[in-house]
Design a protein around this ligand. Structure first.
Ligand SMILES: [Ca+2]
Ligand SMILES: [Ca+2]
Ligand SMILES: [Ca+2]
Length: 344
């Protein structure tokens, strides 16, 4: 019937209560003697009731699904923690809701008005995933976005603290320029983005991420530092933003030990079994004192005071040169003045 078409819907709704007279007076419809409106038989009544369901009819007419795209996160993103998912959606009539789907199946959340966004707690889903948004209009037509691939990584990088990469070890004494090493892995998740090197909590340098289980070395010049303990920290950040740190203490010692040969004295005449003695000390930590006769080491070394060693002169007639050498735990060595002795 013509009165129900096009822009006349509003008028037709009014006609339901007003009956044929109103219809005739509205000027829109020409109701004739044979028209179903003036002879409300079966067909006419059905037609007149139709406007009562006008909204439903409108929705029945909506056959165009919404269009929807995930605008965040970007594809190939590395994610951690709680992440905002955002979609753009539009429809010829109206978007009723947008569902956000994990791997095409699990509904993460639903947004019913623009901007369409939900928060996604990724704590339990580390690994590769696919995200889609699905928009519905009021008629229930679904529109699905293209999938966005992401890698969820809620695991902190692991800094290995065992040999051989972890060198020098915690509490080691060091001197000069030290190559400080750390091996880092990220469980084959997002991977190490970068590492940073800190001395006593102060940033000293950084390096770009390497494949898992690589070792990062930082050259640490201790020669400009006082002789004491320092904390060295490696701070590793993965591509998802997880941060792990590992700290060790190293003791700088660029000072030579003190050492003096106390016996025998220079110029002495010795025979039989001779006891060689030295005084030695170090501001940090002494490792040992060794004695050399004519350049040959006497072993084992003396590692605690009193620093002594016996030397059998039997069959060694002549002059000999004796020196005591002290070494600290950082590897600094100091030689005493030489004592020249005579074996008759
Ligand atoms: Ca639609
Ligand atoms: Ca990680
Ligand atoms: Ca020293």
């Amino acid at each position: 019937m013509r009165i129900f078409t096009g822009g006349a819907r509003g008028i037709a709704v009014a006609l339901v209560g007003a009956g044929a007279l109103a219809a005739a007076s509205c000027g829109e419809a020409q109701v004739g003697a044979n028209d179903p409106v003036s002879a409300p038989g079966a067909a006419g009544e059905q037609e007149l009731r139709r406007p009562a369901n006008d909204v439903a009819n409108l929705l029945d007419d909506d056959v165009v699904p919404p269009t929807v795209e995930l605008t965040s996160p970007a594809t190939d993103s590395f994610l951690r923690g709680t992440v905002a998912l955002t979609a753009d959606a539009s429809d010829d009539v109206g978007v009723a809701r947008v569902d956000f789907l994990l791997d095409g199946a699990t509904v993460i959340g639903t947004a019913t008005q623009a901007p369409y966004t939900v928060n996604w707690n990724t704590a339990a889903v580390s690994g590769p995933h696919s995200l889609t948004a699905q928009a519905f209009d009021a008629a229930g037509n679904p529109g699905t976005s293209s999938a966005v691939s992401v890698l969820v990584d809620n695991a902190l990088p692991i800094i290995l603290t065992g040999p051989p990469q972890y060198n020098p070890s915690n509490q080691n004494y060091v001197r000069g320029i030290v190559n400080v090493g750390w091996a880092v892995t990220d469980q084959s998740l997002s991977g190490v983005a970068y590492v940073e090197f800190l001395q006593n909590g102060v940033w000293m340098g950084s390096a770009s991420g390497l494949p898992d289980a690589s070792t990062y070395y930082f050259s640490w010049d201790t020669r400009v530092l006082g002789n004491r303990s320092y904390t060295l920290t490696l701070r590793a950040t993965d591509r998802a933003g997880n941060v792990q740190t590992s700290t060790r203490s190293l003791i700088v010692d660029n000072a030579l030990p003190f050492v003096a040969l106390t016996a025998p004295t220079n110029g002495a005449q010795v025979s039989g079994v001779v006891t060689l003695s030295a005084n030695a000390s170090d501001s940090q930590a002494l490792l040992y004192v060794r004695f050399e006769v004519d350049g040959e080491m006497l072993t084992p070394f003396s590692t605690s005071a009193p620093f002594t060693k016996t030397w059998d002169t039997t069959g060694k007639s002549g002059t000999h040169q004796i020196v005591a050498i002290a070494m600290d735990r950082a590897g600094n060595t100091k030689r005493s003045t030489v004592a020249t002795v005579t074996v008759p």
